[in-house]
Design a protein around this ligand. Structure first.
Ligand code: MSP
Length: 679
């Protein structure tokens, strides 16, 4: 019996125009699902749309549609996008479907009968944009931020808020909040605090990555409150009515989270027994608390098991800002598909940033990644031997040393790939596999089939073709979940119906030929591609007037470790020997945290290719949040004498660009290994 594997994406707000952030989660889930299917698991992959709530109701009214008409139209945007992106979901759930509503009402009734839900009068700050209540301090802090006031004097701000001198704001949207008093229904979530902690402790991998789990544990240190799970239908009719109080509708998150169970049909039914608890809920880091604290406690109250894992990935940002319709910086995944094709879009999104961390989208990086990995490496591996497509492979037999070495690389690369896929480390899985892609290309150089053909060494040529076509088969089979179209084509050219994960050079039948074809990927020129992507290439952008540098005397006692102060004037010419005195290396940031005594300093642990990581203190806290730096490659001066900065030792200096305000750290375009020399 194949082992079940149930994977889900969040159900997307039907009102949103899908962007690369949504595409990212769904592609990740699709790749994981395809990989598990390839490995014989009984996979169920669920996605869908979240269709209730105030925003939907308002958008529909604006367009002169009923809410139902509106969601019937808008949810199609997601379905269309998933089809274009090659997403093979097994089920698409919509929260307006009767099958979902029945389950939600059943859950509510059950919790009501158990006494887990009770009515209470409640007064609080309500945000219509976020559809939730916030505390005094939360809305005061958001209001303070909007005023761009530096420090937040909590007590003073709350006092002003209560006196009506400060307009409270929603921490999510920044919009003004309203003070509302109403009777509502509450779920006794506070009763689950200890059980949640015990569950997380007993199931250490149930929230991943580790730093996200720690966030949830941090959240659970504060007393947990009961959860308001209703909204008066008079204010918000677009939702699922509570079965025991039909003049109320269900809070959107209670409604939405239930989709993971409702999509499996009735609890106790065939699908439910087969697939619940889910193996993994993939979510963005923004909705982790809902998926752990709220969802786990709801399930516990219902006598159901929590999912085996909730994996929270990071965010795609644009110039380090959140993507949003209002900022007008949303990247349309279909644009990427038009320019790069489906496979390359899928590949790029998962290859570029470690799953779990944030990453900034850059069209230049996408083009470079395309040209280097897909054109130079992968497509090349397939195309370089295309002229011998009609030449049959030799008998499988003992491998000469060169071929045996290639097989060892294949074993190592695929084992690495497997291990990384188990923990959803897509980028690292691809990096592992690429060792084989590069080794395959190197093998072509060394084995030189053209020379064998010229010298009439047909026996060795047939052997070399076997090794190379087997490598093509292995790469295309493992890469298939990421790039299904191109890999399907490679396999078809080899006469195979689909992926075959065996790591051996005796899989292809003796005498098999291949089918010739065009290159899988063709090099893209940077400038026209940037234009096609809607990004103005730097060369075409109007040159900015550089302001005359203001001379500033650095404060005497500050050590010059990445401090935002004007650099002393450099001499016009130095010799190479002078330059060579500076040891520059690429480092990978392993951890980053705020300096205990200085707001603008961060303390980083950086792997510079030495046995122990270096500690580097850098004045970049105004531009980078610590979590944005982890996993990044930076440039480090490694032979600067150690210095203490506000009491913390710095064993080097990172390079950053900008004047008195540092604007950017310097990172290499390609992921060169930690410790790479910069010269
Ligand atoms: N409807 C809720 C989810 C309910 S699940 C029971 C919701 N929807 S959403 O459309 O706003 O976004 C859902 C998910 O889209 C995020 O959690 C994340 O997975 C993905 N992303 C949205 N923007 C993103 C980025 N900028 N970057 C990466 N992923 C992001 O929240």
């Amino acid at each position: 019996m194949p082992v079940p594997y149930y994977i889900t994406t969040p159900i997307y707000y039907v009102n949103d125009v899908p962007h690369i952030g949504h595409a990212y989660t769904t592609i990740a889930a699709d790749v994981a699902a395809r990989w598990q299917r390839l490995n014989g698991r009984d996979v169920r992959f669920l996605t869908g749309t979240d269709e209730h709530g105030q925003k939907v109701m308002r958008a529909a009214a604006k367009l002169g549609r009923t809410s139902q008409e509106h969601v019937d139209i808008t949810h199609e945007r997601f379905k269309t996008l998933w089809t274009r992106l090659g997403i093979q979901y097994d089920d698409f759930i919509r929260t307006t479907e009767p099958r979902h509503q029945e389950v939600v009402r059943g859950f509510l009734q059950q919790l009501w009968e158990k006494g887990e839900i009770y009515p209470k009068d409640y007064a609080g700050w309500y945000s219509t944009s976020a559809e939730r209540f916030w505390s005094d301090e939360e809305v005061a802090e958001a209001a303070w931020k909007a005023l761009k006031s530096p420090a937040f004097p909590a007590e003073e701000a709350v006092a002003k808020l209560k006196a009506g001198e400060l307009v409270g704001r929603c921490p999510d949207s920044g919009q003004a909040v309203e003070w509302i008093t109403e009777r509502n229904y509450f779920f006794r979530m506070s009763a689950y605090q200890e059980r949640l902690l015990a569950h997380i402790e007993a199931n250490p991998r149930c929230i991943q990555p580790e730093n996200r789990k720690n966030e949830v544990l941090g959240f659970l240190k504060k007393p947990l409150e009961d959860l308001c799970i209703s909204r008066p239908a008079a204010r918000l009719p677009w939702g699922i009515p509570l079965p025991f109080a039909e003049d109320y509708v269900t809070y959107v998150w209670f409604d939405a989270l239930s989709n993971y169970v409702s999509a499996l049909g009735p609890v106790g039914g065939e699908l439910h027994r087969r697939y619940w608890p889910a193996d993994v809920h993939l979510v963005g880091k923004d909705i982790l608390t809902f998926h752990t604290v709220y969802w786990f406690s709801m399930l516990m109250a219902l006598g159901l098991q929590p999912p085996k894992q909730v994996y929270a990935h990071g965010w795609w940002t644009i110039k380090r800002e959140k993507m949003s319709k209002s900022l007008g910086n949303v990247i349309d995944p279909l644009k990427l598909v038009d320019v790069f094709g489906v496979d390359a879009t899928r590949y790029f999104l998962l290859r570029e940033i470690p799953f779990g961390y944030d990453g900034d989208y850059s069209p230049d990086a996408a083009i470079l990644r395309f040209n280097s990995d897909l054109v130079n490496d992968f497509s090349n591996l397939v195309h370089r031997i295309v002229k011998w497509a009609g030449t049959p492979v030799g008998e499988a037999g003992p491998l000469p040393e060169l071929d045996a070495e290639l097989l060892v690389v294949a074993e190592r690369a695929t084992a690495g790939f497997r291990a990384q896929m188990e923990t959803l480390q897509f980028r690292d899985a691809l990096e592992a596999l690429w060792e084989l892609v590069r080794a395959g290309n190197k093998y072509v150089d060394t084995a030189a089939p053209w020379a064998l053909a010229k010298n009439g060494d047909t026996a060795r040529l047939a052997q070399v073709l076997r090794a190379l076509r087997e490598v093509q088969r292995i790469v295309a089979s493992y890469l298939h979940p990421f790039c299904p179209t191109a890999c399907g084509e490679v396999l078809a050219r080899l006469g195979l119906a689909g992926p075959d994960l065996r790591v051996a050079f005796d899989v292809l039948p003796a005498g098999a030929t291949a089918r010739a074809g065009d290159p899988l990927f063709m090099r893209l020129d940077i400038e026209p591609t940037l234009v096609a992507l809607g990004a103005a290439p730097a060369a075409l952008a109007a040159p900015a007037e550089a302001p005359a540098p203001k001379s500033k005397t650095p404060p005497a006692k500050e050590a010059p470790v990445s401090e935002p102060v004007a650099a002393p004037a450099a001499p016009a010419n130095i010799t190479y020997d002078d330059f060579a005195k500076i040891a520059l290396r690429i480092g990978v940031v392993l951890s980053a945290e705020k300096h205990p005594n200085a707001d603008r300093l961060l303390v980083l642990k950086v792997d510079v290719g030495e046995p122990e990581p270096r500690q580097i203190v850098a004045g970049i806290a105004k531009v980078y949040a610590p979590e944005d730096l982890v996993g990044r490659r930076i440039t480090v001066v490694t032979n600067l004498a150690p210095a203490k900065l506000r009491g913390v030792e710095s064993q080097g200096m990172l390079l950053a660009a900008g004047g008195s305000d540092i604007a950017s750290i310097l990172s290499p375009i390609h992921d060169v290994p930690a410790g790479s020399i910069v010269k």
